[in-house]
Write a protein that binds this ligand. Sequence first.
Ligand SMILES: Nc1ncnc2c1ncn2[C@@H]1O[C@H](COP(=O)(O)OP(=O)(O)OP(=O)(O)O)[C@@H](O)[C@H]1O
Ligand SMILES: [Mg+2]
Length: 231
Amino acid sequence: MLEIKRIKTGIDKLDKLLQGGFPKNSTILLVGAPGTCKTIFINQFVDKGLQEKETVLYITTDHSPREIKEMAIEFSHNFKANENKRLIFLDAYSWRTNEEKSKFAVTGLTDLNQMNITLSDALVFLGPVKKRIVIDSISSMILYTDADSVARFLQTVSAKSKASDSCLVMTIEEGVHDKKTINMLNFVSDGCIKLKEEDGKRFLKIIKMSQTKHPLDWIPFDIFGEGIDLL
Ligand SMILES: Nc1ncnc2c1ncn2[C@@H]1O[C@H](COP(=O)(O)OP(=O)(O)OP(=O)(O)O)[C@@H](O)[C@H]1O
Ligand SMILES: [Mg+2]
């Protein structure tokens, strides 16, 4: 049987549950309420890509690139040294502030066409190598436009990601959007992981993962020095 190529998530025990990681060129949705570690997961996925000598496009709507680099230091992720080489930010945050903008930045979140063009430019800049693309978060995009437009936009991004040998991981807030929106975005994705906090404990669940046999139960995790690890 032909074995499917996998992308390591950055969480070794999760990779074991996923037969090695996310399927190559897949689109993955991370769903969770505020504070359930979506951004930490994303940063760990980015760090793993850099370790694997892949290139990364980080689309950020909720934090400035500076904030993300500061967060990375806490978990010993070396984003700064890789910036503008194998890691580039598509800055969809700093239009709100006077902070210095990245080379790839948008002037707001209402114009998804501009986002699309900037994303294509960024992918060309990174060249024809294996890539990781992350979007943190889709919720802010929906806030400034609407769920249907964002779902259509993400279908295009997902197609571009697959065509450029990339694995796309994106986050969405749970409890902010209606069920139809989450279902629609789940439909656009090849895989979905849910994160939750309950009674002071953290859990994740693999809701779906194409081409993968995986458990369906809630798996406890915690945050350690290097980030998330399953218990
Ligand atoms: N250095 C750290 N060590 C241990 N725990 C941390 C550390 N930094 C953050 N946390 C925990 O992780 C939580 C936030 O994680 P994160 O920012 O990834 O959540 P999120 O799901 O992205 O939230 P939001 O929806 O608000 O963006 C914090 O509330 C805190 O409990
Ligand atoms: Mg976050």
